[in-house]
Design a protein around this ligand. Structure first.
Ligand SMILES: NC(=O)c1ccc[n+]([C@@H]2O[C@H](COP(=O)([O-])OP(=O)(O)OC[C@H]3O[C@@H](n4cnc5c(N)ncnc54)[C@H](OP(=O)(O)O)[C@@H]3O)[C@@H](O)[C@H]2O)c1
Length: 305
């Protein structure tokens, strides 16, 4: 790290961006955030100097990048293709002007090779192509599903209260569940490790598990029986919509609709040695992550319908 390095985290008050900002701060980097200032900051979002602006506004993105040497980009859960293209072009223009030494782009999700007709995938592929083709020193991270989604208002109360882990995934689909803190560690490594520019890394946690295997890890971590329930995507979207709004929830639902229609058995499975081999980090076993969460905090939540 040099005295003159400045780190920008786009989406710094959100769940993913806050985890990245925390990890950078913990390693002593000078970090600046970027967000509109409209949303409620995620729990444990760190206090940061933050440029307030909209990714759709080129001037505010340029201001955020001024003097920045390294940037971590999380795009918000917006799924309009034209808007996402605009976000990506604004990031490229500002990053080029700042002459960034490394930019890490988090696609939020795996990205199928071909178009899916679901914006949750296709908008991320568009942004990935714009960033990759920019010639900037970009590293793309494609995460699978986050464990932290399960420690949430739309899952936590039912899990903690009834021992039921509902998730809109086919029961036999294997997923390399990843926690936000490991996403953050991977991002910090991808910002610094030599020779990673212009690569796309399919990251994931250390185990690829089916629904029943996931429930077994939760049973172990929580010390009580937990069962997996493959949830209807519509029910998931409705529960999620109460927390993040119907438009964002419907967009996210596309990920799971596509999996229900045309499951690709490999898409959500990562190369489990990649974090160690390529990024020099170790990732967290599911049961250990589960054991560290305060599940009892959901027990006074009653509305799970
Ligand atoms: N693969 C997965 O499992 C996956 C992937 C993504 C998300 N998720 C889940 O979804 C939930 C939300 O997480 P998240 O981190 O994606 O989103 P989030 O918590 O909603 O954070 C979005 C961030 O972007 C900012 N933002 C939103 N619109 C913006 C704009 N137009 N210009 C500039 N900044 C903007 C927000 O702040 P302002 O609103 O103040 O601008 C915030 O800082 C979490 O539970 C997460 O685990 C899961």
């Amino acid at each position: 790290m040099s005295e003159s390095d400045d780190y920008l985290v786009i989406g710094s008050s959100g769940f993913q961006g806050a985890a990245v900002a925390r990890a950078l701060l913990a390693e002593g980097y000078r970090v600046r955030g970027f967000a509109r200032g409209k949303g409620t900051p995620a729990p444990r979002a760190p206090e940061l100097t933050t440029v307030q602006g909209d990714l759709a506004d080129p001037d505010s993105v340029r201001e955020a990048f001024r003097g920045v040497t390294h940037a971590a980009v999380q795009l918000p859960l917006h799924f309009d293709a034209r808007l996402i293209e605009t976000y990506a072009h604004n990031v490229v223009t500002a990053a080029r002007e700042a002459n960034v030494r490394r930019l890490v782009y988090n696609t939020n999700t795996p990205v199928p090779d071909t178009a899916t007709s679901y914006a949750a995938y296709d908008t991320r592929r568009i942004a990935e192509a714009i960033l990759r083709d920019s010639g900037l020193p970009v590293v793309t991270l494609r995460p699978p599903v986050y464990l932290d989604n399960i420690f949430s208002p739309w899952n936590g109360p039912e899990l903690a209260g009834e021992g039921v882990l509902s998730y809109p995934l086919p029961a036999d689909l294997r997923v390399s569940w990843l926690c936000h803190d490991d996403l953050a560690a991977a991002t910090v490594a991808a910002l610094h490790r030599e020779g990673l520019e212009h690569t796309t890394l399919r990251i994931g946690g250390p185990e690829a598990v089916t629904g029943a295997e996931l429930a077994e890890r939760f049973s172990r971590g929580m010390g009580r029986p937990i069962v997996f329930r493959p949830q209807e995507v519509g029910e998931f979207v409705s529960r999620l919509g109460r927390v993040i709004g119907p438009a964002a929830a419907s967009g996210v639902g596309g990920i799971y609709h596509w999996l229900a229609e045309k499951p690709d058995p490999e898409l959500f499975v990562a190369d489990h040695d990649l974090p160690r081999r390529t990024l020099g980090i170790s990732t967290t076993p599911i049961a250990r992550w589960v054991a560290a969460q305060p599940w009892h905090s959901w027990l006074d939540e009653t509305d799970t319908a």
